[in-house]
Design a protein around this ligand. Structure first.
Ligand code: JDE
Length: 259
């Protein structure tokens, strides 16, 4: 997959794309990133890419012409043309299913939105997708573009290790993760649940499933409503809580405050 990003802050991307999983994905040849400075297509010697809104009002608007010229030039750099994604608070909410959809593409071109918005003609005539990463307003679309890139690239075959199938499956199932512990079995008097030390794989599987279900019910009932639940799942959710869920509500195993 090739991902092109068009931005007024190209320097923001190197520290993120140049490290960790994104670095390894590029080194393995699984994904190629190219970041482009929108100002190179400003068409004026001040490299100005914004202007005042028609009809008046506060703030500045991204001009259509630099974006159209940048997209045209960037598209010519590689095949296929690919979808054109605009990041903005007015877009379709980005989630794991959108990430999967975008990960199926061979090419993406992302325009990081800025100022109070972009000239509407960019939306009408150029963008195939407008994506929001959540209901808050950022100073620019660079962080949303990086969020998209990370969520999409990690889904490409070979980017993660052998565990990737399982990690993706757990969200594909539509539930939150069950809680996990690692050594030591007791730390500061805080124990790991017995069942996980029992070696009883079937008991562990059932306990984890129940934890994931209860946690999802409590924290994200919206996810639970869309999840695929088995008969066993429904029984677990209907059963009275046999044991308090891990967390702080038990309290009795903690040190008294201030000790
Ligand atoms: C992306 N979630 C938040 C911000 C904007 C007032 C109105 C709009 C058209 O492009 C943009 C892009 C951004 C930056 O992205 C986000 C975002 N998902 O904030 C505006 C700013 N102020 C417009």
């Amino acid at each position: 997959m090739r991902i092109d990003v068009i931005t007024i802050f190209p320097g923001m991307f190197a520290p993120v794309l140049g490290e960790s999983m994104m670095r390894r994905a590029q080194d393995k040849g699984l994904v190629e990133f190219a970041v482009h400075d929108l100002r190179d297509w400003s068409g004026n010697r001040h490299r100005k890419v914004d202007d005042r809104p028609y009809g008046g009002g506060p703030g500045m608007i991204m001009r259509a012409e630099p974006i159209v010229e940048a997209v045209r030039a960037v598209r010519k750099m590689a095949e296929p043309e690919g979808r054109l994604v605009l990041t903005s608070p007015a877009g379709r909410r980005f989630d794991q299913s959108v990430a999967r959809e975008l990960a199926a593409e061979k090419r993406l071109v992302i325009v990081a939105g800025h100022y109070e918005g972009v000239d509407e003609r960019v939306r009408q005539h150029l963008a195939t997708d407008e994506v929001s990463i959540g209901d808050y307003v950022l100073t620019g679309g660079e962080l949303p573009a990086m969020v998209l890139v990370d969520a999409v690239a990690r889904l490409l075959p070979g980017v993660l290790g052998a565990e990737s199938g399982a990690v993706e499956d757990s969200f594909a199932g539509g539930l939150l993760e069950y809680p996990q512990w690692t050594r030591p079995a007791e730390f500061r008097g805080w124990p790991v649940p017995e069942v996980l030390l029992s070696g009883n794989h079937e008991a562990v599987r059932r306990w984890r499933r129940e934890q994931a279900l209860r946690r999802t019910l409590e924290r994200r009932p919206d996810l639970l409503a869309r999840a695929e639940l088995s008969g066993e799942d429904r029984k677990m959710l209907e059963a009275p809580r046999r044991e308090s869920a891990p967390g702080r509500e038990g309290g009795d195993q903690d040190e008294p405050a201030g000790s």
